[in-house]
Design a protein around this ligand. Structure first.
Ligand code: NAD
Length: 480
């Protein structure tokens, strides 16, 4: 069994108290991890605050070199770290290794961006004054990450924060801490100065939040997780007026218009929906298909769903792992049962309960309506609800866009059409932070990933992501 330690002030912290990490496929305990109390969180903040002056003063190309080394180590260790990820999170090994490689790419991209955090000069109103705008790191950052992408969520916070010259205290999900420990090992081995990056493992997230929220040296919280916790953090941040980025839940619509390539749309939806067993904030939650394509689309999506091999993500040939816990399985079941009771039809072959435990087969539902639970709550599981729309006029287009927008969330939306004018019209009308048109990928490191409305605010990725960790100091300079 593995042991996970916290990393504080450059030292690996073994705690007397530990908590178990359970493999969701087997129920076995795969690791025991340091249970850090509030005093360790406080030490980590002390360390990050102490490391800040030297880190921010270090020339950007030197910071970039250390970050590049960390990215290279992460990529090099992707097979082992992927195995750790699968053991605690459940996704198939190939997806896990892909996530680690993507995580390394995020770090590398941020490393390169380190050298491009530019300032400005602005024309002043008199000959003997100058106006300059200087970029400065916001300061100590506390990061809180979820379990569904336990490597890439960590690197997407770390990369831009470190690139901007911030120091970080990170708390990973208590369900998947070993992936974060593995990232921390890469950073430590890459030669990050002590205290620049600190990892605190704990099963008491509120106690962590209480320390970082009340310490005035922590100037920013970067959170990815549920909307309920995000709201609490927004309220808590008010007292000390801390900066926040909150990447929260989603309820992504897919719009498949009559001129779409049906086979490509079904394949793209299957990929987006069943990746990570549907446990993604960008996962399609309402699939609106034009009635002229609905039969063909649903048949193809069903064929792809029925071909998915469900099992332990570490086993050969498995293409979908378990859900994270029993509660997650119960939620999928509830959504399926509610829809069936309301008149929807299950078109996939497998019975939802056939496998038991934390496994749930992919399910495609037809004849779904907007008022069903599955269309109102984020399922976070392998359930694809197909709804239809009719007409091919501007009014019909507006009507389906209005249905897509009728959610408190606003993270990702997917559009399938070969009509460029429609892409522009529909794209402008959709109230979401991210649009994928005809299956183009959503999360490359250079793209500003993030939501609107109940999906939160702030962007991760791209130069916008780095900007979230930068203060702009305005200097009005008199030449005397
Ligand atoms: P969660 O909110 O339960 O947990 C996320 C993190 O917050 C964990 O580290 C957890 O320990 C911590 N946490 C829990 N209670 C806390 C508290 N009171 N104070 C401070 N921290 C606390 O979410 P989850 O179940 O781990 O993740 C799933 C959710 O995350 C889904 O809603 C999903 O849509 C969302 N998500 C969003 C994005 C995005 O980029 N928008 C990405 C991935 C996941």
């Amino acid at each position: 069994m593995k042991t996970g330690r916290a990393l504080v002030a450059g030292r690996w912290h073994a705690a007397e108290e530990t908590f178990p990490v359970v493999n969701p496929a087997t129920g076995e305990t795969v690791a025991r991890v340091a249970e850090c109390g509030p005093e360790v969180v406080a030490e980590a903040v002390d360390a990050a605050a102490a490391a800040l002056p030297a880190w921010r003063a270090m020339p950007a190309h030197e910071r970039a070199a250390i970050m590049r080394r960390a990215a290279a180590l992460l990529a090099e260790r992707a097979p082992e770290i992927g195995a750790t990820l699968t053991a605690e999170q459940g996704k198939p090994l190939s997806e896990a290794v892909g996530e680690v490689v993507a995580g390394a790419d995020h770090l590398l991209w941020s490393a390169e961006e380190t050298r491009r955090v530019y300032g400005e000069t602005i024309p002043s109103t008199s000959a003997d004054t100058r106006i300059m705008v200087l970029p400065e790191p916001v300061g100590v950052v506390a990061g809180i990450t979820p379990w569904n992408f336990p490597v890439s969520m960590v690197t997407r916070k770390l990369g831009p924060a470190l690139a901007a010259g911030c120091t970080v205290v990170l708390k990973p999900s208590e369900l998947t801490p070993m992936s974060a420990v593995a990232v921390a090992e890469c950073l430590a081995d890459a030669g990050f100065p002590a205290g620049v990056f600190n990892l605190v493992t704990t099963t008491r997230p509120q106690a962590f939040a209480d320390v970082v929220m009340t310490d005035p040296r922590v100037r920013k919280i970067s959170f990815t997780g549920s909307t309920a916790v995000g709201r609490r953090l927004i309220r808590q941040s008010a007292d000390d007026v801390k900066r926040l980025s909150v990447e929260l839940g989603g309820h992504a619509p897919v719009l498949v218009f009559p001129d779409a390539d049906v086979a490509a749309a079904a394949a793209g939806v299957a990929r987006a929906k069943f990746m990570n067993a549907g446990q993604a904030c960008t996962s399609p939650n309402r699939i609106y298909v034009h009635e002229s394509l609905a039969e063909e689309f649903t048949a193809e999506l069903t064929r792809l769903a029925d071909a998915i091999v469900v099992g332990d993500g570490a086993a050969d040939g498995v293409t979908m792992g378990p859900l994270i816990d029993e509660r997650a399985v119960a939620k999928v079941r509830r959504h399926v049962e509610d829809a069936l009771a309301g008149g929807a039809r299950r078109v996939t072959a497998r019975e939802p309960g056939e496998r038991g435990g934390r496994f749930h087969p992919p399910v495609v539902l037809a004849d779904v309506r907007d008022d069903m639970l599955v269309c109102r709550e984020e399922t976070f599981g392998p359930l694809a609800p197909v709804l239809t729309f009719s007409g091919d006029t501007r009014d019909a287009e507006d009507a389906v866009v209005a249905r897509a927008n009728a959610t408190p969330y606003g993270l990702a939306a997917y559009v399938w059409t070969r009509d460029l004018a429609r892409v522009v019209r529909v794209g402008e009308a959709l109230r979401f932070g991210i649009l994928s048109i005809n299956g183009a990928p959503l999360a490359p490191p250079q793209g500003p990933f993030g939501g609107v409305k109940g999906s939160g605010y702030g962007r991760e990725g791209g130069h916008h992501g780095v900007e979230d960790f930068v203060e702009r100091k305005y200097v009005s300079l008199g030449l005397g």
